[in-house]
Design a protein around this ligand. Structure first.
Ligand SMILES: [Zn+2]
Length: 293
């Protein structure tokens, strides 16, 4: 990334609303307030990191010029209500969080009108009913959760990853594939390696299908950094050489960003991770550019 481009991105991060010509969602018209909705309804597993995640996204909004509303009420998904937002963040939603036809249609219309979607971690964890009834959401998020490995507990691990003596989180390395996208540029700049490496501690999802080919992959996991080591209890979530972990796509008239990282509560106090999420939100709102086609 050039210095000029870095400065421009910096200015965009400060003046989030000023850098996108195609505006945001709810329509992309200039009149749409710079506001995002965080949705965290769970009908399956509930992550302890949801509450810290909501607080962290509110803080990102305060510091970067966008307002944040939070709800766990699917009834918030009406065309009239969604029109005030540029993006909707599904923060570790699980199961079948948007189970009404009217709510689903309202959300599809929001995306088709140029709105943004940000999926974090369990947003890909949809139950069979959702997968069967609403395949559109599966295409929006890019892939469904497939599984994750388990390990013997790390004494210093955070409680949000632990089940008695085992943990779902591990130290690992993500390889940055897009060094320019606003969600990954800072990670590329922080590494001297090629491809750039991001050391991260979290629960590492694998997916039922590899989304490459339908999405623009931003980062992959180097499975050799966390699989096959002493202490690994389960091989769930293995994808092999090509293991996308964050991606984006221009989808059905709108923009969709997804990162599988975000299980561990500690990530919501981790600067590198929060900039990753911030870049995804700003891109999804249309505030900053990124090549996701
Ligand atoms: Zn998780």
């Amino acid at each position: 990334m050039t210095i000029a481009r870095t400065l421009l991105l910096g200015a965009c991060l400060v003046l989030a609303a000023a850098c996108g010509s195609d505006g945001g969602g709810g329509g992309g018209d200039a009149g749409t307030p710079n506001k995002v909705l965080v949705f965290s309804r769970t009908t399956g597993f509930r992550h302890p990191s949801i509450e810290p995640g909501v607080d962290a996204i509110r803080k990102l909004g305060d510091e970067n010029g966008f307002a944040v509303d939070h709800t766990e009420d699917a009834a918030a998904f009406t065309s009239g209500n969604l029109a005030q937002y540029r993006a909707v963040v599904f923060l570790s939603t699980t199961g079948n969080p948007l189970d009404g036809d009217d709510e689903r249609v309202a959300f599809e219309e929001f995306i088709r009108a140029g709105g943004g979607f940000v999926g974090i971690h369990a947003a890909s964890d949809q139950n069979e009913t959702s997968q069967t009834e609403w395949p559109w959401f599966g295409r929006l998020v890019g892939a469904y959760f497939g599984g994750h490995p388990l390990f013997t507990a790390r004494p210093t691990g955070d409680a949000s990853c632990q089940f008695q003596t085992i943990t779902s989180c591990h130290d690992g390395v993500a390889l940055i594939e897009d060094e320019d996208h606003p969600s990954t540029a800072h990670l590329a700049q922080a590494s001297d390696a090629s491809p750039p490496r991001w050391d991260v501690y979290d629960e590492f999802y694998g997916f039922a299908t590899n989304p490459r080919g339908t999405v623009h992959v931003l980062a992959t996991l180097d499975e050799s950094t966390y699989l096959g080591l002493p202490g690994q209890l389960s091989a769930a979530g293995v994808m092999g050489e090509d293991h996308p972990i964050a991606w984006c796509q221009d989808f059905d008239g709108g923009r969709a960003f997804y990162t599988a990282l975000g299980h561990d509560t500690m990530l919501y106090a981790n600067d590198a991770y929060l900039k990753h999420v911030l870049g995804g939100i700003l891109w999804a709102t249309g505030a900053v550019r990124g090549d996701c086609g």
